[in-house]
Design a protein around this ligand. Structure first.
Ligand code: ATP
Ligand code: MG
Length: 161
């Protein structure tokens, strides 16, 4: 964890009624962290899937239980933590939705998409603190703007005739 990171934190009740707002916040944070629109979409989807899982699977939609969502923006990455009060799950044992036997299943794709879209995904369960899904999206270095081709001479070294 980067101690110099900028932190945005939310506490949510275990209800789907605030999902639109959560997604809007995820989009705004992604933009503020410098991601482009494709990354923004992927981050929003990852937050959507993990918060719904935290509410439904983790907290079993128990209104007395909470979900904590934290965004940590640093120079090179956005780190997102989604914590619930459930007993957790083993990410390596989540069935592969691309396996032939699962292709027709209408659910079971959330964590697969999260792992496709984020650079790192980890699940940490600890007795007292519930279960935390931690996701990292790295900012890719900007590609250099086109300089006009390899034959172009650097500024200041142009020949004068
Ligand atoms: N926060 C969580 N707490 C406990 N179990 C979880 C949690 N998140 C995911 N799981 C487990 O991992 C499984 C896979 O999650 P995933 O989001 O991929 O599929 P799903 O929620 O079953 O269906 P979908 O997201 O496609 O509607 C879930 O069925 C559940 O068993
Ligand atoms: Mg799900």
């Amino acid at each position: 964890m980067d101690p110099a990171a900028s932190v945005i934190e939310l506490t949510l009740e275990s209800s789907l009624k605030h999902m639109e707002m959560v997604e809007e916040i995820a989009r705004r944070v992604s933009k503020a962290a410098g991601f482009g629109s494709e990354d923004e979409f992927q981050i929003e989807l990852a937050v959507h899937e993990t918060v719904i899982n935290a509410i439904a699977h983790g907290n079993q939609e128990d209104p007395s239980k909470k979900v904590w969502l934290q965004f940590r923006i640093s120079d090179d990455r956005l780190e997102i933590h989604v914590r619930d009060q459930g007993s957790g799950f083993d990410l390596s044992k989540v069935p592969d939705p691309l396996a032939e036997a699962n292709l027709l299943n209408i659910s079971g794709r959330g964590m697969f998409l999260v792992q496709q879209f984020m650079d790192e995904t980890q699940v940490v369960t600890s007795g007292g603190r519930g279960t935390e899904v931690i996701m990292i999206k790295r900012r890719k270095p900007q590609t250099q703007p086109h300089q006009g081709g390899k034959d172009r001479e650097p500024e200041g070294h142009r020949k004068t005739s």
